[in-house]
Design a protein. Structure first.
Length: 416
């Protein structure tokens, strides 16, 4: 009968990384301070039969100590001893005895058990020991919220952008799961909640011959100034164009001024200057509003779809917009060439290779998209929804469309 010295020896055997003979040879030949290993080969036929729910833990722990020479934590050691005891009878059948005492090969490693949520460099940083349930909660949140959420592997922390949705969620997450939450974050959350209870609108309005954006932040006004957009009534079209991008509403007086400026009805203004969602259903030349808008504001239309039928439906059948100047973009080379042209006098840029618009390379190209039309959800690296029926808006401004000044959904149904 073989008897091994440490719980790690038994895990290396149970996972198939070492045979009994190899473990005994190492025990007999290596001094107490030696770190020499006799490298084994993973066996297809394991020496004992592990329960399905034990396989991953046994394999991962065996690799940790065998390949990385990494000490066990107290929780790992406690569970490892229980598992070895659980399979004592099977081990006995293959000639391996489990002693009464099962020490660890190295002193137990101290695990950082910090559970904290802090405000650091204008980001929300969440730290906690490995916990699948908590990880799932963070990942679920990241799929349904505006604002970046990422895991920094080196420091083992989750970093969230300091947005209002992230802030409210993080503080609530910390309270429910008994985290140490930064008092500065709690104070910020209270300001957000107080502001939500105070009704006010960020709204574009008219005062005399000037436009005003009530309750606008200094950064919003500065950004408009950087774009060369002045807040005068005769500039109402250009200012209102940014309402969806910047998130402000439009007063009834401004809507009247817009209708007079573009010589269109209220339906046009209500559709194209919607703050939250510009949604146009296919059929009956419904897209004429988009072409009219593009002409009035001298904007190029970028059409994102892999469905040629959707494109045929989008282009008006008759009238002055029935024969737009079109360029098709289906790979990075075509896009590079187009962006490098001095003459980009096209009415419609059709992008059919949607995978181009996710990942680092597309972000580096960063084409200016003033007016985007999509039949796709473009959520992360996937297309959500079917162009003929609808799209899913889990993250409506993902990828390259995040910077589109005006985003139009051309489909029958939009699932919020």
């Amino acid at each position: 009968m073989y008897t091994f010295k440490t719980v790690e020896d038994y895990f290396e055997l149970m996972s198939g990384l070492q045979t009994s003979e190899q473990i005994v040879k190492r025990m007999n030949s290596a001094s107490s301070k030696s770190t020499t290993f006799f490298w084994g080969v993973q066996k297809k036929n394991l020496p004992i039969s592990l329960a399905r729910y034990d396989v991953r833990f046994v394999n991962d722990l065996a690799k940790q100590v065998f390949y990385q020479n990494l000490a066990l934590t107290d929780r790992q050691y406690e569970l490892a001893v229980k598992i070895v005891r659980k399979y004592e009878r099977q081990l006995s059948r293959i000639g391996v005895k489990v002693p009464d005492e099962l020490p660890s090969r190295q002193p137990l490693r101290e695990c950082d058990k910090t559970r904290s949520i802090k405000l650091v460099d204008d980001t929300i940083q969440i730290k906690f020991p490995f916990d699948n349930q908590l990880i799932d909660q963070v990942k679920t949140h990241s799929k349904h919220i505006v604002g970046s959420v990422r895991f920094e592997n080196q420091n083992r922390i989750w970093i969230l952008a300091l947005t209002e949705p992230n802030l409210v969620w993080a503080v609530n997450f910390g309270k429910i799961n008994k985290f140490d939450v930064d008092s500065n974050l709690i104070a910020l959350e209270q300001k957000v909640l107080d502001a939500e209870r105070t009704p006010y609108a960020i709204e574009l309005d008219i005062e005399g011959d000037q436009l005003v954006i009530r309750n606008a932040s200094t950064s919003m006004l500065s950004w408009l100034q950087e774009q060369g957009v002045s807040l005068t009534v005769d500039n109402v079209l250009q200012v209102a164009h940014y309402n969806q991008f910047l998130g402000f509403t439009i007063s009834p007086r401004v809507k009247q001024a817009l209708a007079q400026s573009v010589q269109q009805d209220e339906e046009f203004v209500s559709t194209m200057f919607s703050k939250d969602l510009v949604h146009i259903r296919p059929g009956n030349d419904s897209a004429k509003h988009v072409f009219e808008y593009a002409q009035q504001l001298n904007k190029k239309i970028w059409f994102f779809s892999h469905d040629r039928e959707a494109l045929n439906q989008f282009i008006p059948r008759t009238g002055k917009y029935s024969t737009p100047r079109i360029i098709h973009i289906n790979d990075f080379r075509t896009l590079d060439q187009y962006l490098g042209q001095q003459d980009q006098e096209h009415d419609l840029v059709v992008v059919s290779a949607l995978s181009m618009f996710s990942g680092r390379r597309s972000a580096a190209l960063n084409p200016k998209i003033e007016l985007a039309v999509t039949t796709e959800g473009l959520v992360g690296n996937r297309r959500s929804g079917i162009p003929k029926s609808g799209v899913s808006l889990k993250n409506p401004r993902s990828g390259i469309l995040r910077n589109a000044e005006k985003l139009v959904y051309y489909c029958n149904i939009v699932n919020n």
